[in-house]
Structure formats: C-alpha cells, structure tokens
Design a protein around this ligand. Structure first.
Ligand SMILES: NC(=O)c1ccc[n+]([C@@H]2O[C@H](COP(=O)([O-])OP(=O)(O)OC[C@H]3O[C@@H](n4cnc5c(N)ncnc54)[C@H](OP(=O)(O)O)[C@@H]3O)[C@@H](O)[C@H]2O)c1
Ligand SMILES: [Zn+2]
Ligand SMILES: [Zn+2]
Length: 476
C-alpha cells in the first residue's frame, strides 16, 4: 500500500494547530507511507520532538511526548493514524480516516473522507469530505466465512466501504458462539447468504463512529448482540420495542458478523458495557443473556414466581442465574444428568431429568413460567400440565417443527404460550446492569478465533460448558 496523506495531514495539522492555539504553516507537513519503514515530520518539528517510536510497512506508528508543545500523538498505521494526549491532541486516524481527541481544543473522529471531533466544549463535529475518496476507504475487515451451507469457516477479507452516518465500528475482542450461529451456518432457517460470517455476541471497543452515531465514544467498551439495525421510526421502534421492528436487521443476516477483527452496527444496538463486567465473558450476555432475561421483564414475573428452564445450554445456564437472582423458585429441566450439580450452582433449586419417565408428574400445577431454550420438539401437553393457573410456557428455542398444543390444556387454568426474539436496546442495558449488580456471567470455554471450526464442532457435539467464546487472535 502506498498512500500519500499530504493533503490530509496538512489540513489536519493546521486544524490541530489552530485548535491548540499554535501556528501552522500550510504545506509544512508530509506523511508518506510505503512498503518499508519511514518517518514523518515537518519543518520546525523534528523527529526528536515527536519522539516517534515506529513507522512501518505502509503503516505509521508515532508516539510523541510533545507536539506543538502540548500534544502528542500515536498509532498511525497504513494510511492510518491516530494520536492522543491530554490537550490539543488527537487519537485515531486511519486509512484516509482520522479521529483525534484530547482534553480541550482537541478532536475525535475523522474517518473515511469524514472527520468529526469533539471535546465537550467548543468542539467540532462531522467534518465531511475533507479528503478525496481515495482516502475515504476504511481498511479491509478480516473475518472467517463459510462459502456454503454447513461449510468450514475460512479466512475471508472484505472491504466494508464507507462507514454509514449512523454506524459504529467495533474492534472485536471476543465473540461468543450462539446456537443460532450454527443454525445460520447450516441454513436451517433458509435465510443464510454466503459468504457467511457468523458471530453476534460481540464484546470489544469502538474504533470508529459515524457522524450521526449517538451516545457513544471512541475507545468505549461495548457489546453487540443479535440485532444490528432498526428503522427508528416505526411504532415499535418509537415505543422502545426495536427488536420487534419489521425492518430490524440481524448482525449475521445480510451483514457480516463478529467472527472478525471488526464489525459494524447501527449505534442503537451497540451497548456500553458496565465497568463491573469482565470483557472476556460479556459477549454471550448480548444475545443469549438478553434472550432469557427479556421474558422475566415482558411477562411481569414476580419474585415469588416458580420458574422452570428447559435446556441447560448457553441460554439455559444464564436463565437459571437470572431467575435465581430475580428471587424465583428455580427448576432446571435437562436431558443431561452430568449437568445437575452445575445447574444447582447456577441457581436451580430443583433439577429434573426430562428423559426419565414421569419426570413432570410431581410438578403438576406448580410453575408460573416455563422458559424453553431447546430447539427440538417437546411434550407440550405435559408441560402445560406443570403450569399453575395463569401460567405461561415461553419459547425462545427455535424449534422448526410446529407445536402440538391441546386447546383444553390452555383453556382450563387460563394458560398461555408465547415467544420472544432477543430484546430491545433498553432491555439489553437493563440486563447488563442486572448482571453487573448480581455478578451474573456465563460459564465459558475459550478458543482463539483461528480455531473457530474446532469451536463450532464442539458446540455442535453438545459438549460445550456452557458458552464458547472466541478470542480475536489477529495481530493488529
Ligand atoms: N429467541 C431468540 O431470540 C433466540 C436467541 C438466541 C438463541 N435462540 C435459540 O435458542 C436455542 C438454544 O440456543 P443455545 O445457544 O442455548 O444452544 P445450546 O448451547 O446448544 O443449548 C441447547 C440445549 O438444549 C438441550 N438439548 C439439546 N439437544 C436436545 C435434545 N435432543 N432434546 C432435549 N434437549 C436438548 C441441551 O440441554 P440439556 O443438556 O440440559 O438437555 C442443550 O444444552 C437455539 O435454538 C437458538 O437458535 C433463540
Ligand atoms: Zn444468538
Ligand atoms: Zn422500526
């Protein structure tokens, strides 16, 4: 890659100089990058004053103790740069893109032919099209993609194009593997497109913000779950039920997901992570956690309720924790005796093996809510029999076969069957806060992302205990 950023740097440095009340002679700077090592400097600003610590391979990397007396900058690479310090300085400039920030008189977010920067006072936003389109491209995203249904995931690179105004780009640190990733890989739901990049339980940090992205900051720890975009103008979006928006786009449907070094989503769905949450385990909360937390909220479950959870997998083991901390009497339904002890540790007061004959009989008329997380047909009449009057069977597991529901099983006792898709942004936030407050986290197994196929096989085999998390092992 060979990029000349002289126009960009001249403009940026002059602006930066102006912002930090120092003079800036136009044309005084040239940053060039090429296949070999190089340095960047300008008249009056010798390299020594910048304390640069590296500029390499079509990439630049600077770290300066002082620049314009009050600022330094660092991390400029590949026609990319970012720089940062306390004041009059900047961070994040990459690929004909730039962002920079600091204390005051500084800036954040210049990228893709677009610049925006912000300092809280007298700041600048949305500097658009300062630079030519040659410089406006974000760099390539590296991912793992399958080229056909049930195919192996292979390294795959794609150009994400310009960042849309409402979009946010996240550097993926960790990504959980949900069973829905497997179902989408296999095209079980008939809506997969290939190349297919799975991954919708992302934990990472924001590296770029579109100029209309709200409430988020570069460098912020965030999570992204199943949904990546919604219209923001339909009755559902306007009433806070964004996950019910008819045009909601899923992170892995018609988009490339989080088995990648970076992923993009509309700002609405990029949720800040509370400090108390461990980034390595936060991803699975975003889809799996939200999906089993939402039914407690939307069904108005009281703390005195008796709650059953069917299937102690990725979703189910988090459901046990939520229901327990909610205050409920918690029943785990599993086909695996080997999970009984752990199910109790997650919060189950009772564990039932559904493979045993008459396992449901002792529970007749007892449960207020049954949350089903399995994706295979089950004994619906038997389950309705375990519900107390006004009880509810709530389905989140994606069973493809139609359910055989006996009308009388609903009528007597005024029982209900319902389902729900993940949760709204507000529900995600509530779930994250609840998790942080009560120390709720998935039990995880970790694989480097480069061993993604092994990780998928382990989930497919039913051996995972209880959620697999991929760790980004691409070198920056
Ligand atoms: N509604 C939504 O928005 C939403 C969101 C996320 C996921 N999902 C769906 O929820 C389902 C669960 O996802 P997950 O990630 O939790 O999957 P998972 O980690 O694979 O867990 C599924 C659990 O189902 C049980 N199970 C598996 N095969 C079974 C069988 N033949 N009979 C009875 N139980 C069986 C197992 O629990 P035991 O060993 O305890 O029996 C297993 O651990 C999937 O269908 C997924 O697509 C839906
Ligand atoms: Zn999921
Ligand atoms: Zn909408």
């Amino acid at each position: 890659m060979k990029i000349s950023l002289s126009l960009l740097t001249t403009s940026a440095f002059c602006l930066l100089g102006a912002l930090s009340q120092t003079s800036c002679s136009s044309g005084g700077y040239a940053v060039t990058t090429g296949p070999g090592p190089g340095y960047a400097y300008g008249p009056g600003y010798p390299v020594s004053a910048w304390n640069t610590s590296g500029f390499y391979g079509g990439a630049a990397y600077y770290r300066g103790a002082s620049w314009n007396n009050s600022g330094s900058y660092h991390n400029s690479r590949g026609g990319s740069a970012s720089w940062d310090d306390g004041s009059g300085s900047a961070s994040g400039w990459r690929g004909g893109s730039a962002s920079w920030g600091g204390g005051s008189g500084s800036a954040t977010g210049w990228r893709g032919g677009t610049a925006s920067w912000d300092d809280g006072s007298g700041s600048w936003h949305a500097w658009v099209r300062l630079i030519s389109s040659t410089h406006a491209r974000m760099s390539t995203i590296r991912a793992y993609a399958a080229s056909s249904a049930k195919g192996t995931l292979e390294p795959f690179e794609f150009d994400p194009g310009d960042l849309a105004p409402e979009e946010v780009e996240i550097k993926v640190s960790y990504c959980g593997i949900c069973h829905s990733d497997l179902s989408m890989l296999d095209n079980d739901w008939g809506m997969s497109a290939y190349p297919f990049v799975p991954g919708h339980e992302v934990a990472g940090t924001i590296v770029a913000l579109g100029r209309e992205a709200k409430g988020l900051k570069i460098g912020q720890r965030v999570g992204l779950g199943w949904s990546a975009s919604s219209c923001l103008s339909c009755p559902q979006c306007l009433s806070g039920d964004h996950n019910l928006c008819a045009t909601t786009q899923a992170t892995i449907v018609g988009r490339h997901g989080g088995f990648a070094d970076r992923v993009r989503a509309q700002w609405t769905w990029v949720r800040p992570l509370p400090e108390a949450l461990d980034l390595t385990k936060a991803g699975p909360l975003l889809c799996g956690g939200t999906t089993v937390f939402a039914p407690l909220l939307i069904n108005g479950i009281s703390p005195t309720a008796r709650v059953g959870v069917i299937g102690i997998g990725g979703l189910g083991h988090m459901a046990l924790q939520f229901a327990n901390k909610w205050g409920c009497e918690v029943h785990a339904f599993t086909t695996s005796d080997s999970k009984a002890e752990e199910a109790r540790r997650f919060g189950a007061h009772y564990v039932h093996n559904t493979r045993q004959d008459h396992a449901l009989k002792p529970l007749t008329g007892r449960l207020d809510l049954i949350l089903s997380t399995i994706n295979v047909p089950q004994d619906i009449p038997g389950l309705l029999g375990t519900l107390a009057p006004k009880g509810r069977l709530h389905v989140v597991g994606a069973v493809l076969e139609p359910m055989a529901v006996p009308a009388l099983g609903l009528i007597f006792g005024q029982k209900e069957i319902s389902g729900s898709p993940t949760g709204s942004p507000e529900t995600i936030d509530a779930m994250l806060a609840f998790s942080a407050r009560h120390g709720i986290a998935p039990m995880t197994e970790h694989f480097p992302m480069s061993r993604v196929n092994e990780a998928m096989d382990r989930l497919r085999s039913g051996q995972a205990r209880y959620r697999i998390v991929l760790e980004n092992d691409w070198n920056d």
